[in-house]
Design a protein around this ligand. Structure first.
Ligand SMILES: CNc1nc2c(CC[C@H]3O[C@@H](OC)[C@H](O)[C@@H]3OC)c3nc(N)[nH]c(=O)c3cc2[nH]1
Ligand SMILES: [Zn+2]
Length: 374
């Protein structure tokens, strides 16, 4: 099966952004791109057909969650994750490194891996680089993530140094385990927090292993946005320019634009689908909490500048009514619109890069969205 390759098409003359294309065994996608998150083998409330309609070309799922429920063995018997969830385009799976540190408590990090308790049943579990690769291999995702530690924010320099060195040793074990199983794309995850020398060390360790792509990990973990931008400022230029760069867990419209400007190609975040389920929508003019009483008789679309199916056919008053009555269709409408909004934003970002005007696009978008110009 052909591995992951990256085509760098163009670099924006106004910023550090780049236009590219990633090729996977389940199709290609243009970058910069936003990847909808389908942690439990579904992008919540969306069907694969609707995701196709939205032009999503790659979605995410999660090793930790699928290993626990329904079990990678069941997905394996189904013929893998593409078959199981009836999605025939690209799938990226995270390794579980983040979930072990964010969901479970009473965890113990050892050189061989992490001992922890199931976040629901309390059952004692163990995840290691080899186990994370074995699960992802059974899932059959097109892009797999190395098993890493995503350290908490903030973390001391000494803690971060030891963590980066262990994550680098784990990455090597992932690669060895991976190469024994198949030739799918395995991305290394760069750690190091806000320490420039540790980010550099992580990049050197991981690029020496020659992964087909690299993620910037350890961000969007509670640090102020200016810290994330400063870290990207000195990290992305040190990353290979001929490989995809994936910023994990990001994010909001402004963070996507700021990340693209700093040379990031791939983004994922549960934000659009998560806030949709409590009735909050992203619009060209900022966030709109459609469940608010002031929309009870507002028959305009969520976003009058949006071309999506929801904004062409349904009003704020109707969607507010459904959300207030906890009607599933209401969550489907807000989710569909929010995913369209972010996927369409990345289309506009790619067009701005092709016309060397991403800096101007950012200025206009931030003003209209109501963001102060940093
Ligand atoms: C939200 N901020 C954030 N998420 C992060 C994730 C999880 C994304 C994964 O977790 C689920 O979303 C919470 C999704 O499943 C997603 O990908 C599949 C990370 N994963 C790893 N392995 N290493 C990191 O350094 C890391 C940093 C993050 N920062
Ligand atoms: Zn819309």
């Amino acid at each position: 099966m052909k591995p992951i390759t990256y085509e760098l098409m163009k670099t924006c003359k106004q910023t550090g952004a780049r236009l590219g294309r990633v090729h996977t065994p389940h199709g290609s996608f243009d970058t910069p791109t936003f990847m909808p998150v389908g942690t439990l083998a579904t992008v919540k409330t969306m069907s694969p057909e609707e995701l196709e309609e939205l032009n999503a070309n790659i979605i995410l799922s999660n090793t930790y969650h699928l290993w626990l429920r329904p079990g990678d063995d069941i997905i394996g018997e189904a013929g893998g994750l593409h078959q199981f969830m009836n999605w025939n385009k690209a799938i990226l799976t995270d390794s579980g490194g983040f979930q072990v540190f964010s969901l479970s408590d009473r965890r113990e990090i050892k050189e061989e891996g992490v001992h922890f308790r199931h976040h629901l049943s309390g059952e004692k579990l163990f995840l290691s680089p080899e186990k994370a690769m074995q699960i992802q291999n059974v899932l059959g995702s097109d892009i797999m993530m190395a098993f890493d530690e995503c350290p908490p924010y903030p973390a001391t320099y000494d803690y971060m140094k030891a963590s980066v060195e262990r994550t680098s040793r784990w990455a090597e074990r992932c690669l060895e385990a991976h190469l024994r199983q198949n030739d799918q794309g395995l991305f290394g995850i760069i750690q190091g927090g806000e320490y420039e020398d540790l980010r550099k060390q992580s990049i050197e360790d991981l690029t020496s292993l020659d992964f087909p792509g690299y993620a910037v990990g350890g961000l969007s973990v509670g640090e102020p946005k200016h810290i994330m931008n400063e870290v990207l400022e000195f990290t992305t230029p040190l990353m290979p320019s001929n490989k995809p760069r994936y910023l994990m867990g990001v994010g909001s419209p402004d963070s996507l634009i700021d990340g693209a400007i700093r040379g990031i190609d791939m983004f994922d975040c549960v934000l659009p689908t998560r806030i949709a389920r409590n009735g909050t929508c992203m619009t060209s003019f900022g966030r709109l909490v459609v469940r608010n009483a002031k929309y009870a008789r507002d028959f305009r679309p969520i976003d009058e500048k949006c071309e999506c199916h929801v904004c062409k056919n349904y009003s704020r008053a109707y969607i507010r009514h459904l959300i207030k009555c906890n009607e599933t269709f209401g969550f489907r409408l807000t989710t569909y619109h929010n995913l369209y909004f972010l996927l369409n934003l990345m289309r506009k970002v790619r067009k701005a890069i092709s016309e060397d005007r991403l800096g101007d696009f950012k200025k206009a978008f931030f003003e209209q969205y109501g963001l102060n110009q940093p």
